[in-house]
Ligand binder design. Structure first.
Ligand code: SF4
Length: 295
């Protein structure tokens, strides 16, 4: 893995962020080799050349330590938006683990999005952080079936392994759930898939499922996705073009139907799915300012 120079790794403070209540954003790695066919982070607007090659920021832990020490406000550090913090290199280099140790040491919370079962390695530190600050783990799962998962997310843990990881986390008291997005039109937007994900999430102790019934496509990401559709799902590219043209938000034609099904099932099983409830729950008891607007 290559190391690249970086001046900063953690963003400036954002109050009341509507995206899971993150206050800071952290990207230790650049690029991702998990190969998801729908990946938005490879879009041209993010300017990440050779997206499939993972690079790490030089002296990452020293920069993170300096940045956390200098923050005037404590808050939740989000990671996993632009590349998976648990890529295969993390096993050896342990930069995400090192960052979590610093987050713990300096009294911050953390919110992680990943598709990797490697996160279970760091349960010990996540538990330490939860003693003083909020911890939220979002395991992205889009396909109930492992065979389909292997086709659309080829280089990372299978869906069944991700569900098992949620169980490991929640068994240890770590607040974790499912990020059910994207739900690919004509591939994953069916009752069987959505019901199956809800059922497995519930069985494995997920505290929440946050869905989006569709996919967003822009610039070169669309070209990449369409090429993958041609290779893996013959005939689907044409169906997408006919249905969505060049629209950015490609909402599933079954979106309303699936949303009603999803909501009914989650209500029945007591699984949270509204952003406001998820934020309130994982920050509960930590005295964060955000609570006051939801209580
Ligand atoms: S894990 Fe996330 S960042 Fe990595 S390829 Fe998949 S969607 Fe993209």
């Amino acid at each position: 893995m290559q190391f690249i120079p970086a001046k900063t790794i953690i963003s400036g403070y954002a109050d009341n962020n509507s995206w899971f209540g993150n206050n800071y954003n952290m990207n230790i790695y650049k690029g991702c080799c998990h190969g998801c066919i729908y990946c938005d982070s490879r879009s041209e607007c993010y300017h990440i050349e050779k997206f499939d090659e993972v690079r790490a920021k030089e002296n990452a832990l020293a920069i993170i330590a300096r940045e956390l020490q200098s923050k005037r406000k404590k808050g939740v550090v989000g990671t996993g938006a632009m590349s998976d913090p648990y890529n295969p290199f993390e096993k050896k280099y342990m930069l995400t683990r090192g960052a979590l140790e610093l987050i713990d040491r300096y009294g911050f919370g953390v919110s992680i999005a990943t598709k990797s079962d490697l996160i279970a390695r760091d349960i010990d530190i996540l538990k330490n952080i939860a003693v003083h600050s909020p911890v939220l783990i979002k395991m992205t799962i889009t396909a109930k079936d492992d065979k389909l998962c292997k086709i659309i997310e080829p280089n990372v843990a299978l869906s069944s392994e991700r569900f098992a990881t949620i169980k490991k986390l929640t068994d240890q008291g770590v607040f974790a759930g499912v990020l059910l997005m994207p739900v690919l039109p004509f591939i994953e937007d069916n009752e069987e898939n959505i019901k199956g994900i809800i059922e497995y999430a519930c069985k494995n102790g997920a505290k929440f499922i946050y869905p989006a019934f569709g996919v967003t496509l822009r610039q070169n990401q669309r070209d990449w996705y369409y090429q993958k559709l041609e290779d893996l799902f013959p005939g689907l590219k044409e169906k997408y073009i006919k249905k969505f043209g060049n629209t950015y938000e490609c909402r599933s034609p079954k979106g309303n139907e699936l949303w009603n099904l999803f909501r009914g099932q989650c209500d029945q099983l007591g699984i949270h799915y509204k952003m406001v409830d998820i934020i309130k729950l994982y920050k509960k008891g930590y005295g964060y300012k955000q609570l006051s607007i939801f209580d």
